[in-house]
Design a protein around this ligand. Structure first.
Ligand SMILES: NC(=O)c1ccc[n+]([C@@H]2O[C@H](COP(=O)([O-])OP(=O)(O)OC[C@H]3O[C@@H](n4cnc5c(N)ncnc54)[C@H](O)[C@@H]3O)[C@@H](O)[C@H]2O)c1
Length: 361
């Protein structure tokens, strides 16, 4: 078996590459990455130790993807994953970068598979869903956090979270739009050229080896601030940390993807929401409490009243569809996830402190 992972030096890509190698020691695993993400180079020794081949390459260049040759499975994890990419001072360089990498990069992967064969697993995002519709969900404040009322339901959502039928119409950030456009091309290539494909739409994924920053990987970033110090702010929604997300441990994602690696044919064409779910949902205020309890450090968190562009008050994954396929459910709770992140930060303090206290752009 030969497995290629684009974005293979990133958080998701490197962790999944290592998991695949552990499950299939005889398999050839190739990680392709242009090392765009600050800190991704820290994952290279981990890949090397496991016997994973690293190719420095850019998904925007078909000639770099051609270096992968024939593959059985291509896991597409290369992305500019920030919802703020293309905003403000980022506008000039990042807007084009998001589209070229997240959309055209995936098209280049599909073209490669059309020529050489092979299946695709695509890491998509909850950000394909409509921002306006997400903001319209009624969210009473319950004990300092947003949550729909018990029994409340609407189109594509309920107290259990957002499901795959939720509206994807209207603006959804450049990031979300580029992921949705890539999904649509995958569906076309699957239908037209018989490429077997599965698409996982995740909200927040977190865990060790995530080079978290404020606009992407915020749970890891929040814990890193508690360990290494530095400023944190509750931004928008009253500035008290009431906004809510569910978190999925990277190892839970790895359990899912690894178990489906040789079984994509039975799941092809399907789009699944995959997240920590309602039991793994926390507000930013609750996240602070967990970080304090685990790290033993207390920070003064600032308050910014003005909402951040592209923010949403609540996103929780309704996992019903993926759960119905059987054999998988998230096993690690929020405390376990944050404890694992804390251990990693402390164990690798010498290399990680400067990264997390520097200007992560
Ligand atoms: N982490 C999350 O919470 C989360 C949630 C939902 C979806 N996802 C998706 O999972 C995938 C992986 O995200 P991640 O969290 O590992 O982010 P990441 O930034 O850690 O990893 C992405 C990797 O892609 C690489 N990359 C960027 N541009 C590239 C290019 N043009 N060519 C080659 N490599 C390039 C980066 O260097 C980085 O190593 C992305 O597709 C993202 O949209 C992540």
């Amino acid at each position: 078996m030969k497995i290629a992972i684009t974005g293979g030096a990133g958080f998701v890509g490197s962790n999944l590459a290592i998991r695949f190698k552990q499950d299939h020691p005889a398999a050839e695993i190739i990680a392709l990455d242009n090392l765009y993400r600050p800190g991704s180079e820290l994952n290279l020794p981990r890949l090397d130790e496991q016997g994973i081949t690293f190719i420095k390459g850019d998904v925007r260049n078909p000639s770099d993807i051609a270096k992968l040759g024939e593959v059985d499975v291509l896991l597409d994890c290369a992305a500019e994953p920030s919802v703020l990419a293309g905003h403000g001072s980022d506008r000039d360089d990042k807007a084009r970068y998001v589209i070229d990498t997240n959309f055209l990069g995936t098209v280049n992967c599909l073209e490669h598979l059309r020529n050489f064969g092979g299946r695709i697993i695509f890491l998509s995002s909850s950000r394909v869903y409509s921002m306006a519709a997400l903001r319209e969900i009624p969210l009473p404040d319950k004990n300092g956090r947003f949550n729909p009322d018990t029994g409340a339901v609407g189109p594509g959502w309920s107290e259990a979270g957002v499901n795959e039928n939720f509206s994807a119409a209207g603006s959804r950030t450049l990031y979300g739009a580029s992921k949705l456009a890539a999904e649509m091309m995958i569906e076309e290539y699957a239908e037209m050229y018989g490429i077997e494909a599965v698409i996982y739409r995740s909200g927040v994924i977190a865990g060790p080896w995530q080079m978290g920053k404020v606009e992407q990987g915020v749970f890891t970033f929040w814990m890193a601030r508690h360990v290494f110090g530095g400023a944190l702010n509750y931004i928008g929604y009253g500035g008290t940390g009431r906004q809510v997300r569910d978190i999925l441990h990277i190892d839970d994602l790895a359990d899912l993807v690894a178990s489906r690696l040789t079984d994509i044919g039975n799941h092809k064409g399907y789009i699944f929401n995959v997240g920590g779910g309602a039991k793994n949902a926390v507000s930013l205020g609750e996240l602070t409490q967990l970080c304090q309890d685990i790290s033993g450090n207390q920070l003064d968190i600032g308050s910014v009243i003005k909402e951040r562009p592209n923010d949403i008050p609540w996103y929780v994954t309704d996992n019903s569809k993926i759960l119905q396929t059987g054999g998988w459910s998230p096993q690690r709770g929020t405390k376990a996830i944050l404890t694992d992140i804390h251990h990693w930060l402390v164990e690798h303090q010498a290399t990680l402190e400067s990264l997390f206290t520097g200007e992560l752009k």
